[in-house]
Design a protein. Structure first.
Length: 265
C-alpha cells in the first residue's frame, strides 16, 4: 500500500512538470509569432507607403542634331516624383530615366512644346516644372575658315622684328545657324605681346569668329583654341635700310603733296 502511494506521487510530480514545460513552450511560440507578425506588418507598411520627392534633371532633345540647332530651352528642369517610397528613393538615387523634348516632325521656327519622360517605373507619376517651354529650331550649317593672326608688332623691343606666325592649325570649322555662318567675315587669333619682347613668343590663343563690323558671331568653332608661335629676332641691317627708305619715301610723298597743295592755292 505504501509503495502504491509513493508511486502515485511521483507520477503526479512528473505530470505537473510536463504540464509546466508544455505551457512555457506554447507561450513562447505565441510571443515569437506575435513579434514576427508585427515586424512583417511594419516592413510592409514602410514599403507600401507613398512618397513625393523633387529632383533636378538635364533636358535631352529628340531631334536630328546634324541637321538642326535648337535654342531657348532650359538646360535643366525640376521633376516631382510620386509613388511607393522604395521606388521613389531608388529612382532619386539612380536617376535612371530621362526628361526630353520631342521635336521630330517640327519645322524650323519657334514652337511651344511639352516636356516628356521615359524610363520611369509604371507605378511612379512624374510632374515636370515648368511643364512646357518655347524652343527655336534653325537649320545647322558647318563651314571652314582660314585663321588670321592679329598682334601689335610695335610692342616688341626696338630693333627687333616679328617674323611669319606659326600656327598649330591653319583653319577651323564653324558650326551654327545658316544666318550666323553667313555673317562671319573672318576667324582671328589675337596674340598678346608683352612690351619690349625680344625673343620668340609661344601662346595658346582662343579663336573668335567676327562679322564685317568686328562683332563676335555666336557659333561653335572646332578647334576653339590653337597654339601660336611668333618668331622674334633682331632686325638685320637690310631690314633697317628698307625701313629707312620706306620712311623717307613716306616723308617725301607727304612733302610733295603739301607743295602741290600750296601751289594750287
Amino acid at each position: 500500500m505504501k509503495n502504491f502511494l509513493t508511486k502515485n506521487w511521483m507520477y503526479r510530480i512528473l505530470a505537473l512538470l510536463l504540464a509546466i514545460a508544455l505551457f512555457t513552450y506554447v507561450k513562447t511560440e505565441r510571443l515569437s509569432s506575435t513579434r514576427f507578425t508585427g515586424v512583417h506588418s511594419n516592413n510592409n507598411s514602410i514599403l507600401m507607403s507613398n512618397k513625393t520627392s523633387t529632383i533636378t534633371m538635364p533636358v535631352d532633345l529628340d531631334i536630328n542634331n546634324s541637321q538642326y540647332i535648337v535654342t531657348g530651352y532650359p538646360a535643366k528642369v525640376k521633376i516631382e516624383l510620386s509613388g511607393p517610397s522604395a521606388l521613389v528613393a531608388t529612382t532619386v538615387n539612380t536617376q535612371n530615366f530621362k526628361v526630353y523634348l520631342g521635336l521630330r516632325g517640327l519645322s524650323t521656327g519657334t514652337h511651344k512644346v511639352s516636356f516628356k519622360t521615359s524610363g520611369l517605373n509604371k507605378d511612379l507619376s512624374a510632374k515636370v516644372n515648368p511643364g512646357t517651354t518655347k524652343v527655336t529650331i534653325v537649320e545647322r550649317k558647318t563651314e571652314s575658315f582660314d585663321i588670321q593672326t592679329r598682334f601689335d608688332k610695335n610692342l616688341v623691343k626696338k630693333g627687333y622684328v616679328v617674323g611669319t606666325p606659326q600656327l598649330s592649325t591653319l583653319a577651323t570649322t564653324a558650326t551654327g545657324s545658316v544666318s550666323d555662318i553667313e555673317k562671319i567675315s573672318q576667324v582671328v587669333a589675337d596674340v598678346s605681346i608683352p612690351k619690349d619682347t625680344k625673343s620668340d613668343l609661344h601662346a595658346q590663343v582662343m579663336l573668335q569668329a567676327l562679322d564685317s563690323r568686328g562683332y563676335i558671331v555666336n557659333v561653335i568653332l572646332s578647334p576653339q583654341t590653337i597654339n601660336v608661335t611668333l618668331p622674334i629676332s633682331k632686325q638685320s641691317d637690310k631690314q633697317k635700310n628698307d625701313d629707312k627708305q620706306s620712311e623717307a619715301s613716306s616723308t617725301s610723298s607727304g612733302q610733295t603733296s603739301s607743295s602741290s597743295t600750296n601751289q594750287s592755292n
